[in-house]
Write a protein that binds this ligand. Structure first.
Ligand SMILES: Cc1cc2nc3c(=O)[nH]c(=O)nc-3n(C[C@H](O)[C@H](O)[C@H](O)COP(=O)(O)O)c2cc1C
Length: 209
């Protein structure tokens, strides 16, 4: 049986968190699709609130803690990523962006990504397409066409029979991600642990030449 590894990043701050709930639903649907196709799946989930201080320290010092290092390693070498953020002031949260900022800019290249977000109002659903999608496109990840937004009102309306209900959107997005994850060989690539990040210059830091 083939084996694939999926990383799940949830940037929700509340406990319980609707962002985590959406991340779990997306994960369950993706794992089910892959299992049905005969693919064995390993899932690693991180709630960014648990490493929030490590992320801030990494921004200040330039070095990740051992705990953050293993999260970064898991995300960078995964076959697929499910990334879910709460919408704060019409965009991804600051914590979510700070986590992206501590990754090597090349780390997400060719990585299949399913993007999701939660918000108080459905009027901010486009943040997925004007903020989250361009962010991952810039990092050369492969973002699946269906992005999943859940406003507070979507949770109760799950079984209203509408063709674009939250469960329908979750299923469609999960199917798209599962297809890409199945074809991915990222987690089995051998990487050089001593390689310098692309763009690094010994005299002037990043982008100096
Ligand atoms: C500082 C702050 C700003 C927010 N801004 C928005 C916003 O612009 N649009 C929106 O739809 N919801 C906004 N919200 C609501 C959150 O996106 C929403 O409650 C989210 O689902 C919380 O996720 P959590 O339960 O995982 O913490 C904001 C909440 C906070 C705390």
């Amino acid at each position: 049986m083939q084996k694939r590894r999926i990383s799940v990043v949830s940037a929700g701050l509340s406990q319980p968190s609707s962002t985590r709930l959406l991340a779990d639903r997306l994960t369950d649907a993706t794992v089910r699709r892959l299992t049905e196709s005969g693919v064995e799946v390993e899932v690693e989930l991180v709630e960014l609130r648990d490493v929030a201080k490590d992320v801030t320290n990494n921004l200040l010092t330039g070095f990740p803690s051992p705990r953050l290092s293993s999260v970064i390693e898991a995300v960078s070498t995964a076959d697929g990523l499910i990334a879910v953020t709460p919408i704060f002031t019409t965009s991804y949260s600051g914590l979510f962006k700070s986590f992206i900022d501590v990754l090597d800019p090349q780390a997400l290249g060719d990585l299949p990504v399913l993007i999701g977000a939660t918000g108080g109002t459905e009027r901010h659903s486009l943040a997925l397409d004007y903020a989250m999608r361009p962010l991952f496109n810039y990092l050369h990840a492969v973002v699946v066409p269906t992005a999943v937004y859940a406003a507070s009102g979507d949770w109760g309306a799950a079984e209203n029979g509408s063709s674009s209900s939250l469960p329908d959107r979750i299923e469609r997005a999960a199917g798209e991600l599962a297809m890409l994850v199945e074809g991915s060989e990222r987690s089995s690539l051998v990487r050089d642990p001593f390689a310098l990040p692309a763009g690094f210059s010994p005299v002037g830091g990043f982008g100096a030449q």
